[in-house]
Design a binder for this molecule. Structure first.
Ligand SMILES: O=P(O)(O)OC[C@H]1O[C@H](O)[C@H](O)[C@@H](O)[C@@H]1O
Length: 449
């Protein structure tokens, strides 16, 4: 079976192949550093061999729990934020019908909704209103178990679920995914007797999609978690290759770092399939939180093409030359649709008649690549044979492994995120959270200056 492939040819007008070759030994060293757990953040390396260590029993447990939710719910709300949200949403959206939310629902196939990833009052009001006459369940996901956004949403959802469905049924359809011992989510789950899954200590949030954090919601959506894990396992094997040319994660890490050294400070992840929108959001957290520190790091951004060619295309073609693109391209769509012929040809599109829509899309992709490279934007291309669970699993592991290597090439700790605490501290001080008395006084004095 084919694998995802990385092509860096269209970066070689901007960086030298010889220079890139000099990364080989560094990359190998950092792969060993990851393997031996001797580098920065080495208490968060549980993701490295996660795919090959997931057991059939674990998957069966996840599937059985997912089945309970599928059997007893019309809607399942997945509460979580950041790493406790984006991976599940990325895979579910990539694999779902774009109009699923408008289609009549079949019994046993709950709609998946998300909460706990914002503090929008209207969002939460509208969500809880929608749920009023629904048989709904909740998956409460938080590694720390104390994240405010998620805890707030869960407080609302738990109360509503218990009121609507009764305590006993609520106990059946509320599942927790959290730390083994600490945090409010663990305390609640144990006290209420919810089924719960553990997020391993040594797997950070943004690397946790292949733990129950991602696997449970993905299974509830009716997707094949075995295939997802199988794809990741295949990439675990491929990305262990010490030969950089044959290891897409190593080559990607080296190429983007060499581009960075040559003034390309922004990476734009590109898709030509709108279903991949949330995959790009997942990738942005993975790279943004991993690399943006010590006043260094490529800024990860994303676009959905061809949509954004009509909005951001101008900037990319002719704006400041500090960007490069990585295009995630799906080789073959899951469905076939041909452009119809039209006798009158009023729209002038008969030159496309009989062609598959994807052929038009692919020419848009190729035309864009050539134009952007001509305009001074290096292009990498990750080709994905087809959009399914197996290849999404491959993509996930490929980007994770590359992120670990890339962070070490940048000489930062890719596995912490200390900067995220700054806004939380201020928010808690402003809200007079117990324990923040001094910070509250200080922040008020600052605001009243
Ligand atoms: O899973 P949780 O502990 O609720 O954390 C959810 C997210 O929030 C944080 O602030 C971190 O920056 C993220 O890395 C994390 O994924």
């Amino acid at each position: 079976m084919e694998n995802i492939k990385l092509n860096i040819e269209k970066t070689l007008d901007f960086i030298s192949k010889d220079k890139l070759t000099t990364y080989e030994s560094k990359v190998k060293t950092y792969m060993d550093t990851l393997e031996q757990g001797t580098g920065l953040g080495n208490d968060f390396l549980g993701w490295l061999h996660l795919p090959s260590s997931i057991t059939p029993e674990h998957l069966a447990d996840l599937k059985a729990t997912a089945q309970v939710l599928r059997d007893n719910c019309d809607v399942v709300v997945v509460a979580g934020i950041g790493g406790s949200y984006l991976g599940a949403r990325a895979v579910i959206e990539a694999m779902s019908n774009s109009f699923a939310w408008l289609q009549e629902k079949k019994a046993g196939e709950p709609t998946i909704l998300f909460a706990g990833h914002n503090i929008g009052e209207d969002y939460l009001f509208e969500l809880t209103s929608f749920l009023k006459d629904k048989k709904f369940g909740v998956i409460n996901i938080s590694k720390s178990g104390t994240t405010t956004e998620t805890a707030l949403a869960f407080r609302l959802l738990k109360k509503q679920c218990e009121e609507q469905r009764g305590k006993e049924m609520a106990r059946k359809v509320i599942v927790a995914v959290t730390d083994a011992k600490k945090g409010a989510a663990r305390i609640t789950a144990d006290k209420e007797g919810y089924k719960s899954f553990i997020i391993p200590d040594n797997v950070g949030g943004r690397f946790s999609v292949l733990t129950p954090v991602g696997l449970l919601p993905i299974a509830v959506a009716g997707l094949d978690i075995e295939q997802l894990v199988a794809g990741a396992r295949k990439m675990e094997e491929v990305c262990a290759n010490p030969n950089m040319e044959e290891n897409p994660a190593a080559l990607y890490a080296a190429t983007r770092n060499e581009l960075y050294q040559n003034g390309k400070k922004i990476e734009i992840l590109v898709n030509f399939q709108p279903k991949l929108h949330y995959f790009m959001e997942w990738w942005k957290q993975l790279y943004g939180e991993s690399e943006g520190k010590d006043h260094k790091g490529i800024y990860p951004s994303s676009v959905d093409f061809s949509t954004d060619l009509h909005s951001m295309g101008q900037w990319i073609q002719e704006g400041e030359r500090t960007i490069f693109e990585t295009v995630v391209s799906v080789e073959t769509p899951n469905h076939e649709l041909h452009v119809p012929a039209d006798d009158e040809n009023l729209d002038g599109l008969n030159f496309l008649a009989g062609k598959r829509v994807d052929e038009v899309n692919k020419m848009a992709e190729l035309g864009t690549q050539l134009a952007h490279v001509d305009g001074g934007v290096p292009n990498l291309r990750v080709s994905v044979p087809v959009l399914n669970e197996y290849y999404l699993g491959q993509l996930i592991y490929f980007f994770e492994k590359a992120c670990g290597i890339s962070g070490y090439l940048l000489e930062i700790n890719p596995f912490n995120q200390p900067g995220v605490e700054a806004y939380k501290k201020n928010m808690f001080a402003l809200l007079n959270k117990p324990g923040y008395e001094e910070a509250s006084k200080a922040i008020r004095a600052r605001l009243n200056k």
